[in-house]
Ligand binder design. Structure first.
Ligand SMILES: [Zn+2]
Length: 344
């Protein structure tokens, strides 16, 4: 089959690789009908050291089950499924706790160990615990929004949950990428009264407003902190969704939280240490979040998509085939596209 292989920074190729097959009895093989490029794929795209073997990329997908191992109980060939970016057994203590990204038998797609889904097909470990059967056909008009359940919508929701968003609260979302935009949707869905987006790209800001952002702050650093304070009677916000992962964005997130507020982090941190330890301490700010257990949120978010109450699929502004994936990486990296969908 054909797949996206990254060999190093900026070095993405479409190549023939061996077809995925059932290896463990708990595996399934899924023919990919939709996949996409993630903001987090841009970190290796910018920094990955050269590798001779490369890495099959992609951790977001919808597809059709083509084969199942002998121990798979809940799936059958032909099921249309959504694949969360992490696989999980669904039975260990962390899965029961709703923290499938820490599953005792879990892991992540698109790594050196487990091939990814920017490909014609993907092997899914722990298929029963991981895959979720969708109640629609493979070309349903809702496919873009359903695909966001793989990662960005669940991740935006996780940021909102970790930031303790609730009815009547003031919220700030740091970052205007696909996750930040889904964070705006999540904050509105959970009843936030004021939603301030910190972002500066005109197309993204416009979409954020349509998703429910009430204010836009395009300044950065201390000027951004000042602006958020002006917008909140100098208090700062109850909840901050940190959707970037850079030192500056993490610092800003803590500085715009009001005393007793909460920061939910979902941007993969690019540094070993967390900034703003002292302001976080003296203002009693809780800092939470991490890789989103999107599998835990599927049941909750799916009805809102099926019934049209939320449209996170609007973050996709380009659809490509496999051959165009290298250019898709370039377009996202140059901020020419918000998020690129792939129809293999
Ligand atoms: Zn588990």
């Amino acid at each position: 089959m054909r797949a996206t292989v990254m060999y190093g920074a900026g070095d993405v190729h479409i190549e023939n690789v061996p077809d995925p097959a059932v290896i463990e009895p708990t595996d399934a093989v899924v023919r990919v009908t939709r996949s996409c490029i993630c903001g987090s794929d841009l970190w290796p795209y910018k920094t990955m050291e050269h590798s001779e073997t490369g890495r099959v990329m992609g951790h977001e997908a919808i597809g059709v089950v083509e084969a199942v191992g002998a121990d798979v109980r809940t799936l059958k060939i032909g099921d249309l499924v959504v694949m969360p970016f992490a696989f999980s057994d669904g039975t260990c203590i962390f899965c029961h706790q709703g923290l499938q990204t820490s599953c005792a038998h879990g892991g992540f797609f698109g790594t050196v160990e487990v091939a990814g889904a920017q490909a014609e097909a993907v092997r899914v470990p722990q298929a029963d615990g991981t895959l979720f059967v969708l109640p629609v056909g493979e070309d349903d008009a809702l496919m873009p929004s359903l695909l966001t359940l793989s990662d960005v919508m669940g991740t935006g929701h996780h940021a909102a949950v970790a930031a303790e968003v609730g009815p009547g609260k003031t919220v700030a979302v740091v970052g205007d990428g696909a996750v930040g935009l889904c964070g705006v949707i999540a904050a509105k869905r959970l009843g936030a009264e004021q939603i301030i987006l910190l972002g500066r790209h005109a197309d993204r800001v416009a979409l954020a407003r349509e998703f429910g952002a009430t204010d836009i702050v395009s300044e950065r650093g201390s000027e951004a902190v000042e602006r958020v304070r002006e917008l909140t009677d100098d208090y700062g916000v109850h909840s901050v969704l940190e959707c970037v992962g850079l030192e500056q964005s993490e610092l800003t997130a803590i500085e715009i939280a009001r005393p007793g507020g909460a920061v939910g982090r979902v941007g993969v941190p690019q540094d070993e240490t967390m900034p703003a330890s002292r302001p976080a301490f003296f203002n009693n700010i809780s800092v939470s979040g991490g890789p989103a257990p999107v599998r835990a949120y599927l049941e909750e978010l799916l009805p809102d998509i099926l019934e049209g109450r939320i449209e996170p699929g609007r973050v996709f502004d380009r659809v490509i085939g496999l051959d165009e994936v290298p250019d898709g990486y370039r377009a996202m990296n140059e901020r020419e596209a918000i998020k690129v969908m792939l129809k293999p």
